[in-house]
Design a protein around this ligand. Structure first.
Ligand code: PEP
Ligand code: MN
Length: 337
């Protein structure tokens, strides 16, 4: 961190700021220039309240040279994190293919889809039991009944379960059924929820908020990791832009950017990015081509009667064809499906 003092800052003011920072455990180098005095701060600056420093009348500006996230930062953990879930991994050579319906709707629906996606090559089953819906009148999910069906599908297929947790109160219950807890886009900055899942022993799939910057996503991962849970997978699922043709705009550049900034695995959800089933295939391919560690894709056996997100769900046959095509693209990235 660099602090530029105002040109009229006096020696006492400079010493006071220096003392404040040293009390936080930092080493402060003072450089007296012709017009400005500049303080170079070395050490762990994560506890410095930038706003307090900037509020000092003798301070001209404060610049961070290092990212505010530490545990998620590749700088301190150069190797890719490979997260183990049952006998599957996320972040290794093998791509993580998470597939299944937006919402669990019935035993028949879930088991049919689970078998289909497993046969196609998926290694995780997704399905929402508690759904974050824009309208309070829309289907809200089967709740605990849905969790029981997910567990049944796991018993049949062996696929680990990914499902969303929307509130602090539900973390304990959902942890009893699921292998990966998904934090949805709308909850990316629900800090109490992030801290709670940071204290559980499940892998967390953290989706990017629809208006969140890459740094905000990484700070949310930092919240989880700072509580002790280092098993965090990031998910780009499209952000809100001025474009309305697609449900969101898939930020493909976020994938190589995140891979540069963090050691955490990064996957892509083309379904919620696109909002249209026919866009899922090209976006999924593009995601793997730019280095994503996996995909989360909505698949439904009867999209026209789906209770949630039928418009963006692939039929099992289309999903099979997509996974086959992904095998070729994966090879270009030295990955396998
Ligand atoms: C979902 O995956 O079911 C979902 C609601 O996604 P998002 O939080 O990205 O909108
Ligand atoms: Mn959905």
């Amino acid at each position: 961190m660099i602090i530029v003092m105002k040109s009229d800052a006096n020696g006492d003011q400079i010493s006071a700021i220096k003392k404040k920072l040293e009390e936080l455990g930092c080493v402060v180098h003072v450089s007296n220039g012709e017009n400005h005095c500049v303080l170079g701060i070395v050490g762990d600056t994560s506890r410095i309240n930038e706003g307090q420093i900037e509020a000092e009348e003798c301070v001209d500006m404060v610049m961070r040279v290092q990212a505010p996230y530490k545990r998620a930062n590749r700088l301190f953990h150069p190797d890719d994190s490979i997260i183990k879930v049952d006998d599957q991994t996320i972040g290794g050579k093998k791509l993580a293919i998470i597939a299944g319906p937006c919402a669990v709707e019935s035993e028949e629906q879930l088991i049919t889809i689970a078998k289909d996606v497993k046969l196609a090559g998926a290694n995780f089953l997704r399905g929402g039991a508690y759904k974050p819906r824009t309208s309070p009148y829309a289907f809200q999910g089967m709740e605990e009944e849905g969790l029981k069906l997910l567990l049944e599908a796991k018993k049949i297929t062996g696929l680990p379960i990914v499902t969303e947790v929307m509130s602090v109160e539900l973390v304990e219950k959902i942890s009893r059924y699921a292998d990966v807890l998904q934090i949805g886009a709308r909850n990316m900055q629900n800090f109490d929820l992030l801290k709670e899942v940071g204290r559980c022993n499940k892998t967390i799939l953290l989706k990017r908020g629809m208006s969140a910057t890459i740094e905000e996503l990484l700070m949310s991962a930092e919240y989880i990791m700072s509580e002790g849970n280092e098993n965090v997978v990031l998910c780009e699922r499209g952000i809100r832009t001025f474009e309305t043709f697609t449900r969101n705009t898939l930020d493909l550049s976020a994938i190589p950017v995140l891979k540069k900034l963090t050691h955490l695995p990064v996957i892509v959800d083309p379904s919620h990015a696109a909002g249209k089933w026919w866009l899922v295939e090209p976006l999924a391919k593009a995601a793997i081509a730019v280095g994503a560690d996996g995909l989360e894709i909505e698949v439904h056996n009867d999209p026209t009667n789906a209770l949630c997100d039928g418009q963006q769900s692939l039929k099992p046959k289309k999903f099979v064809a997509l996974v086959d095509e992904l095998r070729e693209i994966a090879k270009t990235q030295n990955r396998i499906v």
